[in-house]
Design a protein around this ligand. Sequence first.
Ligand SMILES: [Zn+2]
Length: 109
Amino acid sequence: MKLVYTSDNRFLVGNARNLLEAQGFEVIMRNEHAVSAVGELPAFEAWPQLWVLEDKDYGPACAVLASALSDKDAPPWQCSACGEANDAAFDFCWQCRKDRPPEPVSPTD
Ligand SMILES: [Zn+2]
């Protein structure tokens, strides 16, 4: 089982679940009903999470979400910590949760 999507906005996570279920993925949500006190941001661990049951579905599910949730047409970026390739839509590494590194400065131009 692998975590494919999480957000502090549970509507986005719900959308992601609908997208994946429509594509035939077996998914579960965790923390779906977690709530935080008014005025407090939920801790990362309390965010709603979307998991795929089958590890082999992780890559395809990420691809579905990336294409559906992002209108960016940017190339994937590689995590500097673990080497995982992450879609441009993601702001942190799905493998180790390290923040996305800043865009490298082009050596040309
Ligand atoms: Zn990583």
